[in-house]
Design a protein around this ligand. Sequence first.
Ligand SMILES: Cc1cc2nc3c(=O)[nH]c(=O)nc-3n(C[C@H](O)[C@H](O)[C@H](O)COP(=O)(O)O)c2cc1C
Length: 367
Amino acid sequence: MQFGSLQLNSNLFLSPLAGYTNLPFRLTLREVGGLDLCTTDLVNARSLLEKNPKALKLIETCPADRPLAVQLFGSVPEEMRDAAAYLESIGISSVDINMGCPVRKVCKVGGGSAMMTEMDKTAALVKGMVDAVKIPVTAKMRLGWDDDNLTAPDLARVLEDAGVSAIFVHGRTREQGFGGRVNLAGIRAVVKAVKHIPVIGNGDVTTPQAAKMMFNDTGCAGVSIGRGAFYNPWIFRHAAHYVTTGELLPEPSFDERLRVMCRHLDLMIEVFGEEHGCRMFRKIGPWYSKRFGPANDFNKRIVRLTNKAEFYELLDNYRQWRAQFVDENGNLHARYQPPPMVASFMQEPGVAQRQSIPVPKGPVEVW
Ligand SMILES: Cc1cc2nc3c(=O)[nH]c(=O)nc-3n(C[C@H](O)[C@H](O)[C@H](O)COP(=O)(O)O)c2cc1C
């Protein structure tokens, strides 16, 4: 897998998730394995040029966090160009452009020739960035505004001509939000539309089988995973293994889940400080506990976490509480029923059969 001159060791990617794809999360996933290029949360190009502290925190990285793409958004060509050049100058491997739904205004006024005008503008902005840097410039888009305006294949073609090195496509329309199912045929149309560059399929991949289905049904060169990564940090390692060997690796043990969760908290504290890191961990701990089996005791306490000592105390208490549901071999009693979301991860083989994956709170409607 190659993006321009950037050689990648995996064709599985971490999708940008604003509020989540920070340095500690990326490092945790990288350590679990199966992943190479990760993307940051989206970053406003102007804020970056103004060295806004929040924007700089979003691009915080370290040598173990390579290769890294920063996702930029903005509509002023000079700002996007200068932000890309700045990112290159500080050693970022690749720049991704958030296209959200590229034709919003156009679709509102009915499409037609105006659509090509908008695409021309987009292409010029992209070309300005491509010409300014040597690192790859990629674009992330949805399929279009709605089912009657599936503009992604046209846009992908135009962007390839403008010089992007790869296209990430989330197989839903803007109108769909996060509802319904991801449209694999829509992604396939984008794959077919481009000449040479890799198209990375994205949407609803939470199991190794779903990753394989995304490859098989769309012909995409890579698969990008967002929500599936925070519900299952092992998804990349397991999907990489399954796609290459056809063999499913066993689910991680309870102790392994705890080990990775503790490492994630340590990294949060390292990067954000103890107080803020623990506060942020209040929304992270419950992702891990979805796979612990009975977790009421843990969930009640993790959402009030304030410091590291308290975390280890609550973990000790939780282990004791959980022991009442576990047999002498450490297996959960057969009478334990996993919550419906976990059951659906375990049983549903492919992306096309998947019920909706929960979307965290936040302004996610444009992604
Ligand atoms: C909480 C949240 C934040 C997101 N933030 C971004 C973002 O910053 N940039 C972007 O291009 N997409 C963003 N997305 C969309 C994801 O990158 C991805 O396209 C989408 O979630 C579908 O993939 P998934 O089913 O693997 O999660 C976000 C999605 C969620 C749920």
